[in-house]
Ligand binder design. Structure first.
Ligand SMILES: NC(=O)c1ccc[n+]([C@@H]2O[C@H](COP(=O)([O-])OP(=O)(O)OC[C@H]3O[C@@H](n4cnc5c(N)ncnc54)[C@H](OP(=O)(O)O)[C@@H]3O)[C@@H](O)[C@H]2O)c1
Length: 349
């Protein structure tokens, strides 16, 4: 293929914490967060984002990793004025991606989706002609595969699955995918939205606003926009398996130290054979986030159109065989990037 014809896509990321910040801006490792963080909120224009890597995807497209220079907790804000500034920072990065990096597809990694109402806000802004995707469609598909694989290895014949962040984009897609085959406990903070979710799955399952109700679940899936760990030792059943989709993670090492009976799995990760990513996103070698996988598939297949807001089932059906086409499968199970003894899913993607 002529080099000039090579299409590009961009995947927006952001530092989840101070460790991540130093991956993009190495010198920040010598500066404490109480100095870096207030400065980060004040950055604007070209200083608001950092180009981290250009990934050669199978010689067919290039995918740029572009970091919005805001940490997870700085992206999830409820104050209107602060949210306006956060969204402007993401919009600046999106416009740079389409106008200077010629991105045909722009994927919204981690909390850049939640901060823009699942990408819906971005899709309605003037001058956007690149395709925007939150990547949650493929992330939900891969997560459902992972959960089914865990349940096959489980000693419990029909495990109860708890979903934290149940009416979020990924949470609700998972509730729909799993409600026929599993006992579900759907957790969220808003009762009205939980009721609506319960109706959408034909009343299959229970709803709760209490995290401690996860104590009744054999498998706990976390898919919230909470910017730090959320699960506590008290809210998990003996021998529970946590499948943590959230980025930043909703579970932490301290939880596993306090509860050695609990197994934790990095959620929604895909193997991407033949594609090398050097930038350290703390995943095991050869795997990455399924939402980045979706951005790659859309770029490789020249799929146009926004995929924002609720997961579109047609898009999911289309992505499944395309993932297979490129050899994308659910990654071997890891916890914080380290291999686990649980058998990895073999039929993902
Ligand atoms: N691993 C991957 O490949 C991958 C791919 C895509 C996304 N993700 C991650 O998956 C997570 C979910 O993404 P999404 O796009 O589905 O987000 P979303 O649509 O914004 O949904 C997030 C949900 O989390 C809920 N939530 C926030 N704080 C909570 C708390 N303290 N307790 C209970 N629920 C809480 C929110 O409910 P309220 O409305 O009540 O706040 C919302 O329903 C994010 O962390 C994202 O970074 C991972």
């Amino acid at each position: 293929m002529n080099k000039q014809e090579k299409k590009t896509a961009v995947f927006l990321i952001h530092p989840r914490d101070h460790y991540d910040l130093a991956q993009g801006l190495w010198w920040t490792r010598f500066i404490p967060p109480f100095i870096t963080d207030p400065i980060m909120t004040k950055l604007s224009g070209r200083l608001g984002y950092t180009l981290c890597e250009r990934i050669n995807v199978l010689g067919k497209i290039d995918v740029f990793l572009l970091a919005v220079n805001l940490k997870g907790y700085q992206l999830v804000v409820s104050d209107k004025a602060a949210l306006k500034k956060v969204r402007q920072r993401i919009l600046d990065a999106v416009l740079f991606s389409q106008d200077h990096l010629n991105a045909m597809v722009i994927g919204l990694g981690a909390l850049t989706a939640s901060a823009t109402d699942g990408g819906k806000w971005l899709a309605t802004q003037n001058g956007i002609h690149s395709s925007i995707t939150h990547g949650d469609t493929y992330a939900s598909l891969i997560a459902a595969k992972g959960i089914k694989e865990i349940s096959r290895t489980s000693t419990v014949s029909r495990p109860t699955v708890g979903i934290v962040g149940a009416y979020g984009i990924i949470g609700s897609a998972l509730c729909r995918e799993l409600s026929a085959d599993y006992e579900l406990i759907m957790m969220g903070r808003n009762n009205t939205r939980l009721q609506r979710l319960l109706e959408s799955v034909n009343g299959n399952g229970r709803i709760t606003t209490q995290l401690t109700d996860m104590k009744n679940a054999d498998i706990v899936v976390t898919a919230t926009s909470h910017p730090t760990a959320l699960l506590t030792p008290e809210c998990l059943k003996q021998g529970a398996i946590v499948y943590d989709v959230a980025q930043p993670a909703n579970s932490c090492m301290e939880l596993l130290t306090a509860r050695p009976d609990v197994e934790r799995i990095d959620g929604s990760l895909v193997n991407i054979p033949g594609i090398k990513i050097n930038f350290d996103m703390r995943n095991s070698r050869g795997s990455t986030f399924a939402c980045l996988g979706e951005t790659m598939i859309m770029g490789l297949e020249r799929i146009n159109g926004h995929h924002v807001g609720d997961v579109d089932i047609e898009h999911m059906r289309r992505l499944q065989p395309l993932g297979h086409k490129y050899g994308f499968t659910h990654a071997e199970f890891t916890s914080f990037g380290k291999p686990l003894n649980l058998r990895g899913a073999k039929d993902g993607g």
